[in-house]
Design a protein around this ligand. Structure first.
Ligand code: ZN
Length: 200
């Protein structure tokens, strides 16, 4: 990928994500690196270790999405990292941000970005956020887009998850997918996942 192709792709992902988040520039390089190291596979799968913008980069660039279940969310780990793998055998490549490659002198803003230590203004002020994002992108391009480590991995439990059965909830009379045999009502009616209340 040439620098121009790279930047064009970044613009497309910005649109998909609806925000010019600096992590996207970094994420595009990470997904591309993982793809190159893995080589062509018939059935690509992905795992993300964070929910932030990286998961949108993966969905846009690979077609592995939450909806088709080819993107597995392991976002509770919270590392800015991903794995692309072959769904046939679980063989994969994991790409991560190597903090040792982020030179504090050459990439001060990026260094603070990954530690969530950017100035107070960045969280409050749109203009400051925009300027910070631009600095991070410039720093990243200046070091040749290389702040990553990667490793060959074998994904555990890569086989398709079982399709769970469905039943009718006796309270709301809607059908729902259940995973626990003991569930008699859906998790909204049981109160476990009731995320809304009805407006009068
Ligand atoms: Zn219900």
């Amino acid at each position: 990928m040439t620098q121009q192709e790279f930047l064009d792709l970044v613009e497309e992902v910005y649109k998909f994500h609806t925000k010019r988040a600096p992590g996207i520039v970094i994420g595009v390089e990470m997904v591309d690196l993982a793809r190159r190291k893995l080589g062509p596979v018939d059935s690509l799968g992905a795992v993300t270790e964070t929910q932030v913008c990286l998961s949108d980069v993966i969905q846009y660039m690979t077609g592995c999405t939450i909806g088709n279940k080819y993107l597995i969310m392991r976002d509770k780990i919270g590392r800015y990292a991903l794995t692309l793998y072959d769904r046939k055998d679980g063989r994969g490549v994991r790409v991560f941000v190597d903090q040792n490659k982020i030179d504090k002198q050459k990439m001060p803003e990026t260094f603070q970005f990954f530690l969530r230590q950017r100035s107070e203004a960045v969280s409050k002020d749109k203009q400051a956020r925009k300027e910070s994002a631009k600095i991070i992108v410039d720093e990243f391009l200046a070091v040749g887009r290389n702040i990553f480590g990667w490793q060959f991995v074998r994904v555990k439990d890569y086989k398709k998850p079982p399709v769970n059965p469905v039943k009718i909830c006796p309270d709301c009379h809607e059908s729902f997918i259940y995973t626990e045999d003991g569930d008699t009502t859906c998790l909204a009616c049981s109160g476990e996942l009731d995320y809304y209340q009805l407006e009068q």
